[in-house]
Ligand binder design. Structure first.
Ligand SMILES: [Zn+2]
Length: 318
C-alpha cells in the first residue's frame, strides 16, 4: 500500500476542517464540523474527533502517515497544547495528544494558523521561490508567519511571526492581548470598521457596517473610509518594515478578508512602506496579495506534517 498522504486539520473559532492531502498539496478527501466554540473543552474536542473519524472512514486513510494540525493561537508546539483566544474552553488543552489518539497514533505536528498559512503560501502560493518571506492574515484578527533561509520558521512554540501583536503605536489604544497600539488593534477588519464609524462614515441601506463595506465605500471615494484604510495600511507597513529590518524578508504576502480589499489597502500600504522601510536592504521589499484562498490552513498543516515526517525532530524544512 502507498504511504504517500498526510492528514491535515485546520482548527479555527468558526469551523474545524480536515483533509487527506497528497505530497503535491492536492486535497483528496474533506471533512468539516462547526466549532462549538463556546462549549467546554471536551465538547470542542469531540468535533475534532468527528472530523478525524470521517477522514478515517475513507478508503484512503491507510495511506496517511502523519497528521498536521494548524490551530488558532496561541499554540504551544513544544508542549502540544493550544489556548485559542476565541475558544475559551481550551486553555493549555492537550490537543496533540488527543488528536493523535483519535488518529490511530499517527505522528503529529502542531503549528499556529498564521504559520500554517505561511507554509501554504511558501509551498504553492505568492511566497513560492522566496527564501525570506512574511505572510500575513488580515481579517478579524491579524496573524502571520515567517519563512527564513528557505524554511518555515515556526519558533519554539509555533507562534513566530505573529505580527498582529507587535506595537506600532507606543501610547496607542489598549489591545485585548494586554499591550498597546498593536498592529491588530489598528488594522483588523473590526477596527477598520470601528474607526470609520467613529469618524462619521455610515453604512448604506443594507446596514452592512463591515470592513468589506468600508472598502466598497473607499473604492467609491468616501474620504472617511479611505482614511480608515490608510491608517490600517500605515500600521501594517510599520510592522512589515520592522520585520524586514530585523530579519531581511524580501516579500510580504497579505491575505485574509481585509486583504481582499485589494488596492484600497495595498496602494496606501506600498506608499507607507516608503516611509518606514528606509534602509538600503529593505527598500526592495515587495508586497503581494495571498494566492491560496480558503484551503491555505489545510494545505499548510499538510506541509508541516510532510516536513515533520521527513525530519521527525523538527517542523522546519517546508
Ligand atoms: Zn495586542
Amino acid at each position: 500500500m502507498h504511504t504517500d498522504l498526510v492528514a491535515a486539520l485546520d482548527i479555527g473559532g468558526t469551523k474545524i476542517a480536515g483533509a487527506l492531502v497528497d505530497g503535491r498539496g492536492s486535497i483528496l478527501v474533506r471533512a468539516q464540523r462547526a466549532t462549538p466554540a463556546q462549549e467546554d473543552g471536551d465538547t470542542v474536542m469531540r468535533a475534532v474527533e468527528e472530523v478525524l473519524g470521517d477522514l478515517a472512514g475513507s478508503p484512503l486513510w491507510g495511506r496517511a502517515t502523519a497528521l498536521g494540525i494548524g490551530s488558532a493561537g496561541p499554540v504551544d508546539a513544544s508542549a502540544g497544547t493550544v489556548s485559542p483566544v476565541n475558544v475559551p474552553g481550551w486553555r493549555g488543552y492537550p490537543l496533540v495528544e488527543r488528536a493523535r489518539a483519535a488518529a490511530g497514533g499517527l505522528p503529529a505536528e502542531l503549528i499556529g494558523d498564521g504559520v500554517a498559512i505561511t507554509a501554504a503560501e511558501h509551498w504553492q502560493g505568492a511566497a513560492r521561490g522566496h527564501d525570506n518571506a512574511l505572510c500575513m492574515v488580515v481579517s478579524t484578527g491579524v496573524g502571520g508567519g515567517l519563512v527564513l533561509d528557505g524554511r518555515l520558521h515556526p519558533g519554539p512554540t509555533g507562534n513566530a511571526g505573529h505580527i498582529g501583536h507587535i506595537s506600532v503605536d507606543l501610547d496607542g489604544d489598549p489591545c485585548p492581548c494586554g499591550s498597546r497600539g498593536c498592529v491588530e488593534r489598528i488594522a483588523s477588519g473590526p477596527n477598520i470598521a470601528r474607526r470609520a464609524l467613529e469618524n462619521g462614515w455610515r453604512p448604506g441601506p443594507d446596514g452592512d457596517a463591515s470592513a468589506a463595506a468600508v472598502a466598497a465605500a473607499a473604492r467609491a471615494g468616501d474620504a472617511v473610509a479611505v482614511a480608515s484604510f490608510e491608517r490600517a495600511a500605515r500600521a501594517l507597513a510599520a510592522g512589515i518594515a520592522a520585520t524586514a529590518t530585523l530579519v531581511e524578508i524580501d516579500i510580504a504576502v497579505i491575505g485574509g478578508g481585509v486583504g481582499k480589499a485589494g488596492d484600497v489597502l495595498l496602494e496606501p500600504l506600498r506608499k507607507a512602506l516608503g516611509d518606514y522601510a528606509t534602509l538600503s536592504f529593505v527598500r526592495r521589499l515587495a508586497v503581494a496579495p495571498a494566492q491560496m484562498g480558503t484551503d491555505a490552513g489545510l494545505v499548510g498543516a499538510a506541509a508541516a506534517a510532510l516536513a515533520g515526517r521527513a525530519a521527525p525532530t523538527t517542523a522546519a524544512g517546508v
